[in-house]
Design a protein around this ligand. Structure first.
Ligand SMILES: [Zn+2]
Length: 143
């Protein structure tokens, strides 16, 4: 079976992003492990003492990477299942949609647009941060 070099590049870029994020949050984190599985566990462990809001950014980042992983595999279902539970950050409607062409989240409300008339749009990272923050708030309310 041929090795998919695009997939390897993507996985390597995702690993680099986790390492960079972790060292930014905790400069004294020590050496990062080499395997992806160990890397995520290491990042979680060394950032465990940070305030909840900072940990949420890491959760959002790993969520975004996992969604991107599905997208690279041709599966949009995980992305749409996150996007449809988030309201539009601007107009609060429930019309957010994933744009396969642009790899951004768009608002379907025609009155919700930017200064040049294009639909309001967010990166997958921004929507993942909202999602993680909302789920964390729900969990705080539930306990
Ligand atoms: Zn909107």
């Amino acid at each position: 079976m041929p090795i998919n070099l695009d997939a390897l590049d993507y996985i390597e870029a995702a690993a680099h992003e986790i390492v960079a994020h972790t060292y930014t949050a905790v400069p004294t984190a020590g050496p990062a492990p080499r395997t992806p599985e160990a890397l995520y566990a290491w990042s979680e462990e060394v950032t465990a003492h940070l305030p909840a809001e900072k940990q949420q950014i890491r959760y959002a980042l790993t969520l975004r990477q996992s969604l991107e992983h599905s997208l690279h595999a041709g599966d949009t279902a995980p992305v749409t299942s996150v996007v449809r539970y988030e309201s539009c950050p601007t107009c609060r409607c429930w019309g957010l949609m994933w744009s396969r062409a642009d790899w951004v989240v768009l608002c379907a409300n025609r009155r919700c647009h930017d200064t040049v008339g294009l639909p309001s749009r967010w990166s997958l990272q921004e929507i993942c941060e909202r999602h993680v923050a909302r789920v964390a708030a729900l969990q705080r309310t539930a306990t």
